[in-house]
Design a protein around this ligand. Structure first.
Ligand code: LRH
Ligand code: MN
Length: 431
């Protein structure tokens, strides 16, 4: 049962009316340019039209740091309002039809009803995220000692049961992936035995793995530091892939771009995980220093392009299988979260489109021939193309807006919601 979408079709139609002639002109010009390169622009547009990325429910509200969070009037206060805002993002961008929920932040009493509610807004659910990095009111055992790797048996069991509960919720929502990120680690040398911590993690994670339905995956998310600042149990792709290999075929690795030391070659990690059949998914964002959770492509768009270059190579050579789950994971501390996710979805779709323009025969030929400059130029010639007419055309043909931010501001959505929604209190932290 399709409920009326949050924004009026007229609003998008009026916004596009002002811009469609220019778009047609730009698309035609780009088409001629690409034709000279032997590339059919409509074929690229068709691939872009099939591309999608999930948005994080927790990204629909303002985020914060340990110092502060600055709420905005009209920001969502519960999963229902978050779904509304995610529907606005998808209605304008037509590239974000799925939401990745987080529990217990998005807890409700009736998940089948939530699934229908999302469907009525044109949305589905992607991977569910468990949370064993915060204590909930009335929780029996604190995660201050860690969760799946805690030395306290009852705490590990509690964490296992929470993850199994997330799987059960996800089944009702139509998800088929469980993302497991644990903040487990130490702040002081000697605080925990680095070997036994992983042993406990693997033993507990195996119990979660055993509860996976046949068609489900468990995605392990590595992170170098924070909240632990000396060691993290699953700190890098090495620990993650070894744990995933130990746990089984239904366990793969999720790459959150912000979870690496500055300047780490993430595109090579992507190639390695794919080589060993463990590339399960992504949390797209950007960062300059730590896990800054900034807007995708806002700091290092070239890295995002190089990651998609590896993904297009992997798509062409799927080896043991290629089905990564694309998701955004950001914290919107100073912007309107909807605008940030519109801008990020655009940056991600553009990097995919640019990667599709790489002349792979020329690239592979230059690589085999050790013609370094021409190999680099094969990537650079694609990266420097302004693909925005392709992404915009694919969007418009799917009912979206040519200029998503202009249409969003025309909608006055945030002002309208500030009249309806209760104010979010001051606080700190990611949500
Ligand atoms: C950890 C993380 C993880 C989520 C959380 C909101 O830094 O990236 O993916 O559970 O952010
Ligand atoms: Mn993440």
């Amino acid at each position: 049962m399709m409920r009326s979408l949050p924004l009026s079709a007229e609003l998008i139609k009026d916004s596009n009316a002002r811009l469609s002639d220019a778009l047609e002109e730009d698309y035609a010009a780009l088409g001629r340019q690409l034709e000279r390169r032997g590339i059919a622009i409509d074929a690229v547009k068709a691939r872009v039209a099939d591309f999608s990325v999930a948005v994080p429910s927790w990204g629909a509200g303002r985020g914060g740091t340990r110092f502060a969070k600055f709420p905005i009037p009209g920001e969502p206060t519960n999963i229902h309002e978050k779904l509304e805002d995610c529907a606005v993002i998808n209605q304008l961008s037509r590239v974000t039809p799925r939401v990745s929920p987080h529990f217990p932040w998005d807890k409700v009493s009736d998940y089948r009803a939530l699934r229908e509610e999302a469907a009525s807004l044109g949305l589905g659910f992607d991977a569910v995220n468990s949370n064993t990095f915060q204590d909930q009111p009335g929780q029996a055992h604190s995660y201050s000692t860690g969760s799946l790797s805690s030395t306290v048996t009852e705490t590990r069991q509690q964490a296992v049961e929470h993850n199994i509960e997330c799987i059960e919720i996800g089944r009702q929502l139509g998800s088929t992936d469980l993302t497991v990120w644990v903040g487990d680690g130490t702040n002081l040398p000697g605080q925990q035995d680095l070997g036994r911590s992983l042993d406990r993690y693997l033993d507990a994670a195996a119990q979660v793995y055993a509860a996976l339905p046949d068609d489900w995956r468990m995605l392990l998310e590595h992170k170098m530091f924070e909240p632990a600042f000396y060691s993290s149990v699953i700190s890098d792709w090495g620990s993650s892939i070894l744990a995933a290999q130990e746990l089984g075929d239904k366990c793969q690795c999720l790459v959150d771009l912000g979870h690496h030391a500055p300047n780490v070659n993430i595109e090579q990690i992507v190639a390695r995980l794919h080589r060993f059949g463990k590339l399960g998914g992504f949390h797209f964002n950007d960062s300059k220093y730590g896990d800054d959770d900034l807007d995708s492509g806002s700091i290092n768009p070239h890295q995002l392009f190089l990651i998609f270059n590896e993904l297009v190579e992997a798509e062409r050579n799927p080896r043991g299988g290629f089905n990564p789950s694309y998701m955004i994971d950001q914290s919107h501390n100073v912007t309107d979260p909807i605008e940030s996710m519109l801008s990020s979805a655009e940056a991600i779709a553009q990097c995919y489109a640019k990667a599709l323009l790489v002349d792979r025969d020329a690239l592979h030929g230059a690589q085999e021939g050790n013609d370094t400059m021409m190999a680099f130029q094969a990537l650079r010639r694609a990266y420097t193309v302004d693909v925005s007419p392709i992404v915009a055309k694919a969007r418009v043909e799917a009912g979206g807006a040519i200029d998503v931010l202009a249409a969003y501001r025309d909608s006055r959505w945030r002002e309208r919601k500030s009249q309806e929604r209760k104010a979010v209190g001051l606080g700190a932290g990611i949500v």
